[in-house]
Design a protein. Structure first.
Length: 238
């Protein structure tokens, strides 16, 4: 299935580390990669997928969906993702939304080392747990408190703040228990990408993380780890 989408690939949304003469947006366009990621600039689930693609050194075409213009709400986009959500991965005849499923697929297919997505059942279970925790609890509560009022007519409430703090408490506990800066153990895994991009949202409201030192350290780790992309201008501006 080939769906032609009249969207643009912009220089500014490329991960910083792709901005080399070899990896400009033009050269990405010229290569006809089988893999495409429909992504919204600075959307945490989209960023998480881009970070995984980068960490796994996968060539792909980045297709920028303009959330503000509602490009994800069109019938054309619904053919890619009936949920009308971003991101969507296209790899040959596989067309799939849900960032966790995308991360797991990329890990299964391309992480031959088994580091980013461990093969050992116990280590893998922890990674899967953290991905579920992020989707069902952590990102949900962050996005309801931080992102929803930015994009929609939605008020920040004391209950929302309480839920946000509970989410941070729990993530901090998981990290503290393992005494680590990584979401699922002693090294970087695919679970770090969505948890860190969710945490980055807090910058939009200048929310300080000093009460959650392990979350703060985990977030800072992304500043120095070259596998994370650093494009966050919308969070800072909002
Ligand atoms: N569970 C989805 C959620 C993705 C998501 O929330 N994407 C936002 C953009 S960051 C979206 O597409 N929202 C559509 C809407 O609000 O109508 C995933 O993890 O991929």
């Amino acid at each position: 299935m080939e769906i032609v989408f009249s969207l643009q690939i912009s220089h500014s949304i490329l991960p910083w580390s792709l901005n080399t003469s070899q990896d400009t947006s033009e050269s990405i366009l010229q290569r006809s990669c089988a893999m495409k990621l429909y992504s919204v600039s600075d959307g945490p689930p989209s960023l998480a997928c881009r970070q995984a693609l980068k960490a796994l050194n996968i060539e792909y075409e980045l297709i920028d969906v303009d959330y503000g213009k509602g490009e994800h709400m069109t019938e054309e986009y619904a053919k890619l993702n009936p949920q009308k959500e971003i991101p969507v991965l296209v790899d040959g005849d596989l067309v799939m939304g849900e960032s966790n499923a995308i991360l797991q697929y990329l890990g299964d297919k391309y992480d031959t080392s088994g580091k980013l997505y461990p093969k050992d059942p116990r280590a893998r279970a922890i990674v899967n747990h953290r991905l579920c925790f992020n989707l069902a609890y952590y990102y949900r509560n962050i996005s309801e408190y931080v992102m929803a009022p930015i994009f929609f007519d939605y008020e920040r409430t004391p209950l929302g703040l309480k839920k946000l703090k509970m989410a941070l408490d729990i993530f901090n506990t998981y990290l503290q228990r393992e005494n680590t800066v990584y979401a699922a153990g002693s090294h970087l895994t695919i679970a770090d990408f969505p948890l860190v991009t969710a945490t980055m949202c807090l910058e939009a409201i200048s929310f300080k993380l000093n009460q959650w030192p392990f979350v703060e350290k985990c977030s800072k780790e992304c500043e120095i780890n070259t596998k994370f992309c650093k494009e966050r201008r919308h969070f800072r501006r909002s």
